[in-house]
Design a protein around this ligand. Structure first.
Ligand code: MBD
Ligand code: FE
Length: 285
């Protein structure tokens, strides 16, 4: 895509991501963490930092550069981006050890609540001239015992064919390629959308600078974000990827899993189709 005045900046998408994160209730329910646990976790984190300083013989200029960089991450609103790219996968993997049902993956910084509700067979909201190969994702939501879950919500959001998300790139209309799809009586859904492109971490901000300074690459493979919710069941937050796609084996966010890779097939009309079923764990009580 050519750069225009409306090209998204790291600071712009960072500010939006910070705002939507602060608005989410999930950030406020750890106030009762006991001091012993806080001390144990923070001590381990600091030991890691101190260990790296000793191991690599870190200098004063490097320490001051790190401080300046951390300040820029905050000022640019990039903490949601940085945390979700480099840390969230470890939390997700840890939590998943106690869970059954469909494999999860990280939420990432670009979820937005309260999107348009759509019927079980639907097209995601898109621009009249939306680019990209047509893609249909169909499937069924069931509990882990195999019972279909009618009226469950398949909340889906993904990047456009240039790798930009609505809500985080000023040139993309609000709600584009986002929706909450409600399953039919058999728990089924069929979502018509377009194939997203791989996603490049914004490179004009501190997170991008770090990636470049370290000689890493800034890409995530193309993906669909999905959160499946049904009453009485643990919601699943996950992502679906595409077989043969670029960066599948080198996701900067380390959030791919073999169970989450789709292999859509052309149905003969230029539309790529894939099936994926979700299984949700009932919650007690
Ligand atoms: C994304 O689209 C994403 O999914 C993650 C995890 C981090 C940054 C951008
Ligand atoms: Fe994403």
């Amino acid at each position: 895509m050519t750069a225009t005045q409306e090209s998204p900046t790291a600071a712009g998408s960072g500010a939006n991501a910070s705002q939507s994160f602060k608005a989410a209730a999930s950030t406020r329910d750890v106030a009762d963490t006991p001091p012993e646990r806080v001390a144990a976790i923070v001590t381990s984190i600091l030991q890691g930092v101190h260990g790296a300083i000793a191991e690599h013989d870190v200098t004063y200029p490097e320490f001051q550069a790190a401080k300046a960089w951390l300040m820029e991450v905050g000022e640019g609103g990039e903490w949601p981006l940085f945390m979700d790219v480099f840390v969230e996968h470890a939390v997700e993997e840890q939590v998943a050890k106690a869970q059954t049902g469909t494999k999860g993956s990280i939420l990432g910084p670009y979820f937005l609540p309260d999107q348009t509700r759509l019927s079980s067979t639907c097209s995601l909201p898109r621009r009249d001239d939306e680019q990209g190969t047509p893609l249909v994702l169909e499937g069924q939501v069931r509990d882990t015992g195999g019972t279909p879950l009618a009226g469950s919500e398949v909340d889906i959001w993904h990047a456009d064919s240039d790798g930009y998300y609505s809500g985080f790139a000023p040139h993309v209309p609000d709600g584009n390629l986002r929706g909450v799809v409600v399953t039919d009586e058999e728990g089924r859904f069929a979502i018509h959308t377009i194939q997203p492109a791989p996603y490049q971490i914004p490179h004009d901000g501190p997170t991008g600078q770090l990636i470049e300074a370290a000689g890493w690459h800034p890409w995530r493979p193309a993906h669909l974000h999905i959160q499946v919710r049904a009453e009485g069941h643990r919601p699943i937050t996950t992502q679906l990827y595409f077989a043969g796609g670029d960066y599948l084996d080198s996701d900067v966010a380390e959030a791919t899993k073999p169970e989450l890779v789709l292999d859509p097939q052309d149905d003969g009309t230029g539309t790529r189709r894939s099936t994926y079923d979700f299984e949700l764990e009932p919650v007690q009580g």
